[in-house]
Ligand binder design. Sequence first.
Ligand code: SF4
Length: 295
Amino acid sequence: MRYEGLVYRPPSEARSLIIQATLSCPHNKCAFCSMYKGRKFRVRPMEEIIEDLDSALEVYGTGAVRTIFLADGNSAVLPTEKLVTIGEEARKRFPDLERITVYGSAKFLVKKSQDEWRQVAEAGVTRIHSGLESGDAATLEAINKGVTPEEAVEAYRHVKEAGIELSVYLMVGVAGIERWREHALGSAAVLNQAPPDFIRLRTFVPQPRTAWHDRWAEGKLTLLSAYEALEETRLLIASLHGPTQLLSDHVSNFVDVNGRLPDDKTAMLARIDQAAGLPLKAFRPPTEKLIGVGL
Ligand code: SF4
């Protein structure tokens, strides 16, 4: 396998074989994101992807690869035929493959028909990780996510109905103290209309050389304290109906809250209320102190 630039993958794909099917991100405009800044989006030729699959087969053998993650940001943008071919070629080499996964922003998910997504799922690409960050219209516009709440609902229903498992990422604190309430309620509204299999929380940490970092540095965006982040998360969970599973499997979060909704809602809210009574030193350092450490 060969890799170009820093390769990012969701925490839940830590054990997956990573194949770069695309390089960089076709959107590359989110105000908080520094992952692919300065890197031009490119689709890797099929021959190179096949070569990487062959190298992995040589290194790991046929039975060891159970999951594959197709990097970089938004490989869901690839044409249906290409995703189908990658799926088929991967399964030929690794018959025990359980899933192939891609990143896919709602902006790109709506571009394929449901029938196309069905073909992609049948070829083995059965899980999409989608960064929504917020369901609040004003926040989505301000962070330049390239999608409205209505489009996100349409996109998520679209892929779910095609039989694809969906993980949606929300960013606690991305709207600052200025819009935390709208951010939590708007996010719950989108995910109640189109419940994904998983909702994964990460907490916003300003990344140097991004517009959202500058907004914070200029005093126009106030970072949430641990207690404020808990309050936002509490409102989100209290407003979510499910059925879905909420996970906070990221080191940026102040508290781990995990569970199924609606069944575990009471227990999850109790966990947050218990954490809200802890002294500040019980939490990770304030977000300001994490800037530049690569979270
Ligand atoms: S779509 Fe994802 S990878 Fe692309 S700029 Fe936005 S957050 Fe970054």
